[in-house]
Design a protein around this ligand. Sequence first.
Ligand code: NIG
Ligand code: FE
Length: 407
Amino acid sequence: MLIGPFAQILPMSGLPLKGALQDEQLPVIPDAGVLIADGKIREIGDYKTLAHQFPDEEKLFIDEPMVLLPGFIDCHTHICYGGTRNRDYAMRIAGKSYLEIARAGGGIWDSVTKTRIADTVTLTEGVVARAERHLREGVTTIEVKSGYGLDMANEIKMLQAIRQAGQHTAATLVPTCLAAHMKPRDYEGTEEAYLNWILQELQPVLKAEQLTNRVDIFIEETAFSVPAAATFLKQAMQQGFAATVHADQFSAGGATVAVEAGALSADHLEASTDKEIALLAKSDTVAVVLPGASLGLGMHYAPARKLLNAGACVAIASDWNPGSAPMGDLLIQAAVMSAAEKLSTAEVLSALTFRAAPALQLQHAGQLATGFIADMQAYPTNDYRDILYYQGKMKPAMVWKKGETIR
Ligand code: NIG
Ligand code: FE
């Protein structure tokens, strides 16, 4: 099928994976079309040329000005959960800190309690509803973490709910086990013992049931220490799991562990200093910044500008979760952060597409190029700069997943 003409196609291909980008580097194809076969991009280029080359091809004619982009990849979410944390949020905006609320019995543990009493069907429905909202807003691939179960039955329940949700949405869901979100309050041993339980008891089940091949750990004062996390990551990776890390959110330390372990990504980074920035820039670990958490916690953004200048691969994700990042609007968050952090449009759109792909080990996603998956979104404008100009309020008018029309 030939789709077009589009006022502009931004293929997001041929750009460097790491470092600063200027808008002048962004390839923009005017009056463009895209040829789709078997859910993949077959050709991309000038619409009239393609129409001549493939006269017999079925056509989807676009009769209004539209700008076509790859679908966004949200490489960090916690959209599987029970209940709400609106009470936490009200306390926080009234002046209580995230850590104070956590210590007072709110925070992550509150969501654990509410998720443990939710059944699989309810959890599945929640994931599907949030994934469908994301998909309509152009987010075609979504990582989803467990981490509100924190025991065998409930971590498995969450990962099963995520898997079932994947059968009821066209969005691609990538599950990650975050049993190392915090040491559960009802666990009596040390943090090392809890992490060993994950390695020795939980992970073999994840493997056997093929629930996920990814693990995450929250490295922080209120969660897991640097040395315990380093040992955990090494052993998890030896068991064949790919790793991602909640790093440097309130204090530095986690990003260094992530880089040294060879994690796919280090996420948050609000507290990263020049030392962590330099380490990330030299590594293959994707630096994932989460403006939704900064907005939800009323704290400063991660140093995305510095990370890009140093040469890091920077992705932007929503961190959509019931606590620190309830909004879940990836484009609004990226647009708002870019104004504060001084990111170019090229950097922001890269961070939402092909630069997020390696964090999820996706080979053919995040670009519109021959052989890539036809996950695409079209915005109702003739100038791509409008997308960030309207700060995320302009939503895609059309979305395709594997070449199929979603909206
Ligand atoms: O990424 N930082 C730790 N975990 C989540 C918060 C989850 C929650 O508050 O429930 C985060 O911000
Ligand atoms: Fe998170």
